[in-house]
Design a protein around this ligand. Structure first.
Ligand code: NAI
Length: 296
């Protein structure tokens, strides 16, 4: 059955270009009313203009759907609130937040200015928290909410020159892990997308043109839209690119109980067994670890 967003109000941050634009268009095609947020700056976060968001609003209107533009920065608390307020003022509700806005300030850790470290954390991690926080009371009140975070393989696995970006991106997984627990009772579900796509963010990475062409940004949207739908799971990380989709997960090895006399030498002797990932398992929440530690 077709997945519909009729009567749903969807926020997509950073939707003036790249992936966010594709997500916004796909939600609109499925009947959603969309707030197209975009600061409209450069890839390193400098500058800003509401033109990018306005253009996508026009594209959505051409599809016969409803949309409004918001030019605020997600990393500004009042700006983040304004995105949600615009949705409430226009349509009286907000159902979905897709935290997609992002910038890069790549440099090796040795050369990185701490200002660039902070700015990247502010946009990705704090920006996503600010927008989600502003939507949260509405989600609780209506017992419905869907959030999609945007992480990256650089956060999940690391990438040279992206210590700031990687830290911010994995921080979003941590945010999801707790929000999925806190939101469960109110039917709020949080998921995370890890995209690989041809956008201005990836155009200077030296990816061969033939490959770049396959990494269509619109091929990420099916996963994002599903992860924001009524039947979405919660707490799931999906990798997506060029029509490939997979689940990523943090798992823990079976472990070894050395016991109350554990010494450095004991740990060293058991290291191989401790780090053996055969039968590794994920955990639903942090308390499961305590149960595992204390179980006989
Ligand atoms: P993009 O640069 O085309 O899009 C990002 C958008 O966010 C831009 O339109 C920009 O104006 C907007 N933006 C930046 N700072 C903002 C702020 N403070 N407030 C509001 N809007 C802001 O890049 P792309 O590739 O579409 O990136 C989208 C998301 O996907 C980002 O979070 C990025 O980190 C993530 N991502 C992208 C990958 C890729 O392969 N393209 C890989 C992994 C993650």
């Amino acid at each position: 059955m077709a997945i519909s967003f009729k009567d749903r109000v969807v926020i997509v941050t950073g939707a003036g270009a790249g992936l966010g634009r594709c997500h916004a268009l796909e939600f609109a095609r499925r009947g959603a009313k969309v707030v197209v947020n975009d600061l409209g700056g450069s890839v390193d976060g400098a500058g800003g203009s509401s033109e990018a968001a306005l253009k996508v609003v026009e594209e959505i209107k051409a599809l016969g759907a409803e949309a409004i533009a918001n030019g605020a920065s997600v990393s500004d608390r009042a700006g983040a609130e304004s995105i949600i307020n615009d949705a409430i003022n226009k349509w009286g509700r907000v159902d979905v937040v897709v935290n997609n806005a992002g910038i890069l300030r790549d440099k090796s850790f040795a050369k990185m200015e701490l200002n660039d470290f902070e700015l990247v954390l502010k946009v990705h991690l704090l920006g996503s928290a600010y927008v989600t926080k502003a939507a949260w009371p509405h989600f609780i009140k209506q017992s419905y909410g869907r959030v999609v975070m945007t992480t990256s393989s650089s956060g999940l696995y690391g990438n040279f020159g992206q210590s700031n970006y990687g830290a911010a991106k994995l921080g979003l997984v941590g945010l999801m892990n707790t929000l999925k627990i806190e939101g469960a009772k109110a039917n709020i579900r949080i998921n995370t997308i890890a995209p690989v796509a041809a956008t201005r963010m990836t155009e200077n990475l030296g990816i061969p043109e033939e490959v770049f062409k396959q990494l269509k940004p619109e091929l990420i949207s099916p996963a994002v839209v599903y992860l924001a739908s009524e039947d979405a799971p919660s707490g799931t990380i999906i990798e997506a690119g060029a029509g490939y989709f997979a689940k990523a997960q943090i798992v823990e090895s079976k472990g070894v109980k050395i016991g109350q006399t554990a010494s450095v030498e004991d740990f060293a002797a058991a290291f191989e067994k401790i780090t053996d990932m055969t039968d590794a398992k994920p955990h639903a929440n942090g308390s499961e670890i305590i149960m595992k530690i204390l179980s006989p």
